[in-house]
Design a protein around this ligand. Structure first.
Ligand code: ADP
Ligand code: MG
Length: 697
């Protein structure tokens, strides 16, 4: 057993390795690029590439790859070996600065939303030096951004980096008003809590719906769900524990700071949370975590399910996006110790509230996917309405600011809200509202809408850009003011802005039906499905926002909207096809076979015992036959709608049909099949049931 401190980061070309391996001058220049965004020239790149290659080869690497995140959301890699054969039949191993900085994958098969015609397939990848290179399975992976030759972003990372730049610029303006003129970059931080399921390979292989769609399209509710609350934080069973141990080891080698692991609420559900990192690295690390989870599960005869809703009737999986802003290790969402820090905190808090309210639809959009539609709005996940929870203490402070009355703390000390006596309030960590989609948790916000399968770049890109916009609003109005005049103007700004956006704050039960009505009265958006959530992407307001901060051009935004629509429609198409095929070829035949068997049984019994009472068997037979007929009706209905949907050329129209007409029929078909599952004899049912899948040994 090697010590954690020895293996941690051993496969990462991190700052420590760079300092050790690079000539001093090169190291300094690279650090300036990483920390301050200074451009990197090719000479420096050559030196870095050489050192990286030597290091990688020592660690057993034979190939390198530009590791990037196309709009599919998952990561892509194409491996190139370092070999460079010599005339004498041997080879040397080479890797140049140019190869480090730029790559040219043949990218014709990645989604681009019409940005890149296939005949003009070339895109290029560009090194992101702020994300460390690492070695995975003997391949040196270089985190890169992926763009078209005309400069449009074709990936998830580029706009995320641009949004981090935007928030950096605007936050520095705000900090300067507080007398903080440091040259350090302001960054956002991300801690992604990854939920997942582990099931046995044996069961998985018999469930075509899981294999193709990542979720079960059928399945009667298990006899036991999560109601005994025995799984959450329960003792981890040995196989799973061994899996988690290897996962930790592998992640630690990659410098991924896996920290917390536990059983989640639903049976067979688990969670891993890392220590937070700068957002772009946080996203990279989360993607690596997901990949390692999938791969390593197979070592234990397990399959890792990362779909948002693999099983109906029990909780689905989310990916809580813990988000904050920091400068030089100082968390700007920390209420701080003294009045000035309090005021700075209140400014940042106010800006977050404004950003979330103004761009609530974009935030909802960022978490929209076919998979997450089964989760958002169901009774275990945040509703599809974006609202914010601040906790009792902070909520009371905001109320006091909005209503312009004195703030009384929990200890009943009355305080004036003049700036020099702003309450030095304690972190409100106790009262967590689990039903809130966007909750303040002491010194960060937790955005809970994103789904377990998603790439968090979108959510953070929206959040950062919206935040940059509100910080800019503040800086624009305050610049030029100093001392007490600044403080008074800032307090006034806070009060006005909080008043304007108070509607987004909701401390009650987000699952309650009354909240939906109340939210409607407040004018909050409630986009229940992906089809409803996506169109806001191309609203003028969104186009203006992303253009103003150079995060996405209108063309890029429109292409992303297309890609998301297409992906949604493709997934719906796959699910429809899988559903129809399984019903026709597995479920209906099984039900019919069993019905025939029962019918023969009844006839046989009647022959032997002409006056025996077989009415209960006949009743069951009647239910089976009626059930099969109902399945057939729903199947034909689905078939008709599905056929009609694939002919719709307009992707939004097709998405609307999927969300509003097809999904209800899929639900009805599923329900009809599930009703038969519990009356057909176990042996005759063609697939493992929820009972078996969720409660494996
Ligand atoms: P929970 O009770 O929700 O599990 P934790 O305090 O354990 O709360 O944090 C959950 C996640 O939030 C972890 O991944 C953690 O690293 C992350 N986190 C903590 N502080 C920050 C921060 N300042 N910025 C971003 N993420 C953070
Ligand atoms: Mg949490």
């Amino acid at each position: 057993m090697s010590k954690v401190t020895d293996i941690y980061g051993s496969m990462v070309f991190n700052e420590h390795t760079m300092r050790e391996r690079l000539p001093k001058a090169t190291y300094k220049q690279l650090m300036r690029t990483i920390k301050e965004g200074a451009p990197l020239d090719e000479d420096v790149a050559n030196v870095v590439a050489h050192a990286m290659k030597e290091w990688a080869i020592e660690k057993g690497a034979t190939h390198y790859t530009h590791w990037f995140q196309p709009l599919t959301g998952i990561t892509s890699e194409k491996h190139d070996s370092f070999i460079d054969p010599t005339d004498d039949g041997l080879t040397i191993m080479t890797f140049s600065g140019k190869e480090l900085i730029q790559g040219e994958p043949d990218a014709s098969s990645f989604p681009s939303g019409g940005l890149r015609a296939t005949f003009e397939a070339r895109g290029y990848t560009a090194w992101d030096p702020t994300s460390y290179a690492f070695i995975k399975d003997e391949v040196l992976c270089i985190p890169t951004a992926f763009c078209s030759y005309t400069g449009e972003a074709l990936d998830k990372k580029t706009p995320l980096l641009r949004s981090m730049k935007a928030i950096d610029v605007q936050a520095r303006r705000v900090l300067a008003l507080f007398g903080d003129d440091s040259s350090e970059r302001v960054t956002t931080t991300l801690g992604a809590e990854q939920e997942y399921f582990l099931i046995s390979e044996k069961d998985y292989e018999q469930r075509m719906d899981l294999m193709i769609c990542g979720r079960t399209l059928f399945g009667y509710s298990p006899c036991k769900g999560q109601e005994l609350e025995e799984h959450y934080f329960g003792a981890i069973r040995p196989t799973v524990n061994n899996f988690m141990k290897e996962l930790d080891d592998e992640l630690w080698k990659l410098g991924v700071s896996a920290r917390t692991k536990h059983n989640e609420v639903a049976p067979a559900q688990h969670e891993l949370a890392p220590i937070f990192a700068e957002t772009n690295r946080g996203v990279d690390e989360n993607l690596l975590t997901m990949e390692k989870m999938r791969l390593l599960a197979s070592h234990y005869g397990l399959v890792c399910l990362q779909h948002e809703k693999p099983f109906e009737f029990i909780n689905g999986s989310g990916k809580h996006n813990n988000w904050s802003i920091a400068v030089g290790g100082k968390n700007l969402l920390d209420p701080g110790e003294n009045p000035m820090e309090n005021l700075r905190f209140l400014v940042f808090l106010t800006c977050v509230i404004e950003a979330v309210d103004e761009y609530q639809e974009l935030l909802r959009m960022s978490a929209a996917s076919a998979g997450n539609d089964h989760r958002l709005g169901a009774n275990e996940a945040p509703p599809a309405i974006v609202s914010m929870f601040l906790g009792d203490e902070l909520g009371a402070i905001v109320d006091a600011l909005v209503d312009d009355h004195d703030y009384t703390s929990a200890e009943r000390v009355s305080m004036d809200l003049g700036v020099d006596v702003l309450p030095n309030f304690i972190k409100d960590n106790t009262d967590r509202n689990r039903t809130s989609p966007f909750a303040f948790t002491g010194n960060k916000f937790e955005f809970r809408m994103p789904g377990s399968a998603q790439n968090l770049s979108d959510a953070n890109m929206v959040l950062n850009t919206a935040m940059a916009k509100s910080l800019k609003g503040f800086a624009d109005q305050m610049e030029g003011k100093e001392g007490e005049a600044f403080e008074a103007a800032a307090i006034d700004y806070i009060k006005r802005t909080l008043t304007d956006h108070a509607r987004i704050i909701f401390n009650g039960d987000g699952y309650a039906h009354e909240w939906e009505e109340e939210a409607a009265r407040r004018g909050l958006a409630n986009h229940r499905t992906t089809a409803d959530a996506l169109p806001c992407m191309v609203d003028q307001k969104s186009i203006d926002l992303f253009a103003e901060f150079g995060v996405l051009t209108e063309t890029e935004l429109r292409s992303r909207y297309e890609v998301k629509l297409e992906k949604y429609n493709k997934i719906m198409n796959i699910e429809c096809r899988t559903m129809k095929r399984l019903v026709r070829r597995d479920y209906l035949p099984a039900i019919n076979r069993y019905a025939a068997k029962l019918a023969h049984g009844i006839t046989a019994i009647k022959e032997v015992l002409p006056d025996g009472d077989t009415s209960f068997m006949e009743e069951k037979l009647r239910r089976l036959v009626a059930g099969a007929a109902e399945i057939n009706i729903q199947l034909e209905k689905l078939h008709g709608l599905h056929r009609a949907s694939v002919d719709i050329a307009d992707q939004q129209e097709r998405a609307n049909m999927n969300a509003h007409e097809i999904v209800p029929v899929m639900d009805a078909l599923r329900h009809a099949v599930d009703e038969m599952e519990i009356i057909v004899e176990r042996e005759a049912w063609p697939v493992p049931t929820y009972n078996e899948i969720l409660f494996y040994a």
